[in-house]
Ligand binder design. Structure first.
Ligand code: MN
Length: 231
């Protein structure tokens, strides 16, 4: 059997401490998962988690010790940073109980849920989907994955982002409204999770704009940080 053109290469993410790579299936994202961020966006923080997806090939994979480059995307005049803890699924399943969720986690990484905020606000106003605001090319930078059994306990880790060395976001993973286990419980009711899925678990407060020339440094204590320059 021949394809009518060459298929796109499989997207994969490096794994800390090995040459092996994590082959990516889907990229799920959780919205409004930190109380202070929900509030800064003008929403209550007592809702069940809700989700959107980014295309797998929208990942901007940043290898350890390198910098990612994100050309300022089209159509927007208000590109925002959102630093997020990313959960990498190593074993699929549906209707996964929170108490069993750890068995499905391969590891963790630092990610950026880049957002064309002006387009998102316009879509919200019109009751339209967020795709154009969230699912654009290279809109999901991600750093190397640390295997869960090699990672420190992240439950109270700091999550932070600086732009040109200036602090913009700083919080703790413990401030997530829905922790990783509960996110997996909710998500796996709606979709059958598969090995290779990535889950961006939401951003803390302090989101804001970046412009061409800015350098973003983002991290979660215990994980490989990432650096991305906007060009
Ligand atoms: Mn987000």
């Amino acid at each position: 059997m021949n394809y009518v053109f060459n298929p796109a290469p499989l997207v994969s993410v490096p794994i800390v401490g090995t040459q092996d790579r994590f082959p990516v299936h889907r990229v799920y994202c959780v919205a409004r998962n930190y109380e202070e961020h929900a509030r800064e966006m003008g929403f209550p923080s007592n809702e069940p988690p809700f989700f959107f997806l980014k295309p797998t090939d929208a990942l901007l994979v940043v290898d350890a010790g390198t910098q990612g480059t994100l050309p300022y995307p089209s159509l927007t005049h208000n590109l925002h940073h959102e630093v997020e803890l990313v959960v990498a699924i190593g074993k699929g399943g549906k209707n996964i109980a929170a108490s069993e969720a750890h068995q499905h986690i391969y590891g963790y990484a630092v990610g950026l849920d880049m957002t064309r905020r002006d387009l998102q606000n316009e879509m919200k106003k019109q009751g339209r989907p967020w795709c154009i605001a969230k699912a654009f090319d290279l809109g999901a930078p991600i750093g190397p994955i640390t295997a869960a059994d090699l990672a420190d306990d992240l439950s109270n880790a700091e999550i932070f982002l600086q732009v040109n060395g200036q602090p913009r976001q700083r919080s703790r993973v413990a401030n997530m409204i829905w922790n990783a286990a509960h996110v997996i419980e909710h998500l796996s009711r709606a979709w059958e999770l598969q090995a290779g899925d990535l889950i961006y678990t939401g951003t803390p407060e302090g989101v804001g704009p970046v412009v061409a020339g800015d350098t973003l440094q983002a991290g979660v204590t215990g994980l490989t940080p990432i650096t991305v320059t906007i060009t």
